[in-house]
Design a protein around this ligand. Structure first.
Ligand SMILES: Cc1ncc(COP(=O)(O)O)c(C=O)c1O
Length: 439
């Protein structure tokens, strides 16, 4: 049964972010169902989901309220165009989002997945300045090794060399500040013991390019795909201050870290600031179906109103944006985050995660441990085996029943926020054994 599925998979299915040759030779897991923090392979073996199924299943798998919301809405209204019409599910969700978003991010523009939310946010920023008749604001400043999705506009602001090098000819010229990479500090400082000197690079770019810059886009507090680079809140606060000083729009890409991952509903709240636009996705639906959105202020939204004879419509939209099933699902997910007090209840788990990773890293030499809410990473130094060891650790963990996906030398856990103490203990015990077995 399993072999047959493997053969059929290899014949027709092309997997994202997966090297074909190595994959063809592998006995990769084939998951047929999931529940809570467990993935169940065809054949019955269960695996702990250490990465919330690509950073999105924050509320655990098979949550009855989320599954119920999909069923109920599917039987009522599956699709209704949002261009020029509306429906109650999209309206209710927009109200809920406006209520939970920080500050005055009261308008919601629905998109399909994270990448399409990035595209929408970038285009809104460009058109915003045109709406105001401010010429030349057509560039973006972002962070080196940032990641905002795989569509071309998103790659233009979020280039990761390993992923995107073949497409450089197609990308708009971008201005990138040095990555605040605490495990390999560009300023030679030690994580947690610095004055955020790395912000100087960003500051220089802002001072130089603010007149041609439409917006700055960053992943707040954690550059995920770069290798779970958790960076100081102060970096973001300084960025907000400079954006205010130079009248720049700040776009916070909360697609990965939004919805409780950092210990607050949104990472920007942790840093105590409000961006001008915020992109959300992944955990918005509890990770069950694709949906994303851009949240923005009145100040931006109102520039898109008709001005006498001048039409300033945002000519941008996706067939499935704000569709009733995903809207209803996201609405239910937000209620679950609130009713089950998911974020507060995860606080003891994040302490447990941090303490265990620190213990685990004690015998290591120069590796760095960083945690942020329910994200915990050990970035292995070359002396501790680097990327090659990280790959072996993942393989050992998988044999023992834990699914993780290191990013280069970064071995990390990003478990569902609903994980219990004993489930997290099990995850950490398997990870520890995998470290020991690969030492
Ligand atoms: C910070 C960030 N932005 C955008 C995206 C793109 O989202 P999607 O994969 O849904 O297109 C991701 C995906 O991992 C992400 O981590």
């Amino acid at each position: 049964m399993i072999n047959d599925l493997h053969l059929r998979d290899r014949k027709h299915l092309w997997h994202p972010y997966t090297e074909i040759t190595a994959f063809e030779g592998a006995q990769f897991p084939i998951i047929e169902r999931a529940d809570g923090v467990y993935l169940y392979e065809v054949g019955g073996r269960k695996l702990l989901d250490g990465i919330s199924s690509w950073w999105c299943v924050n509320l655990g798998h098979n949550h009855p309220r989320l599954v119920g919301a999909i069923w109920e809405q599917a039987a009522k209204l599956q699709h209704s165009i949002l261009g020029g019409m509306s429906h109650p599910s999209a309206i209710r969700l927009a109200e809920q989002l406006a209520e939970i978003a920080p500050g005055e991010l009261t308008h919601v523009y629905y998109a399909g997945d994270g990448s399409s939310a990035t595209e929408a946010a970038l285009k809104i920023a460009i058109q915003y300045w045109k709406n105001l008749d401010v010429a030349g604001r057509t560039r973006f400043i972002s962070l080196e090794d940032g990641y905002h999705g795989d569509t071309l506009g998103a790659v233009g602001v979020g280039y990761v060399e390993q992923f995107h090098k073949d497409f450089t000819e197609l990308l708009p010229p971008a201005t990138r500040a040095p990555s605040p990479h605490c495990a390999d500090c560009p300023c030679g400082k030690v994580a947690g013991e610095c004055e955020v000197d790395c912000f100087t690079g960003m500051e220089e770019l802002i001072r130089k390019y603010h007149r041609v810059t439409a917006a700055i886009i960053v992943e707040p507090l954690c550059q995920g795909a770069a290798g779970i680079r958790i960076y100081p809140e102060e970096y973001l606060r300084r960025l907000r201050r400079l954006c205010d000083e130079f009248d720049l729009l700040l776009i916070a890409d909360e697609i990965a870290v939004g919805f409780g991952r950092t210990g607050k509903m949104f990472a920007c709240e942790r840093a105590g600031l409000v961006p001008d636009m915020m992109t959300i996705g992944k955990g918005l639906t509890g990770g069950y179906l694709p949906m994303s959105a851009v949240m923005l202020t009145d100040k931006i939204y109102n520039t898109f109103r008709r001005d006498g004879e001048r039409i300033r419509t945002f000519y941008h939209g996706h067939t499935f944006c704000g569709n009733p099933i995903t809207s209803e699902l996201a609405s239910a997910a937000i209620s679950v985050y609130q009713d089950e007090d998911i974020i507060n209840n995860s606080q003891p788990r994040s302490k447990q995660l941090e303490a265990a990773l620190r213990r685990l890293a004690e015998p290591l030499q120069n590796s760095t441990v960083l945690t942020l809410g329910m994200i915990g990473v050990i970035e292995l130094s070359p002396a501790d085996g680097g990327s090659a060891r990280a790959t072996r650790i993942a393989a050992k963990a998988l044999e023992a029943g834990l699914f993780i996906r290191p990013l280069g030398p970064a071995v990390y856990l990003w478990p569902p926020l609903t994980i219990t103490e004993s489930e997290l203990d099990d995850m950490l015990a398997i990870l520890k054994d995998a470290f020991i077995a690969t030492a």
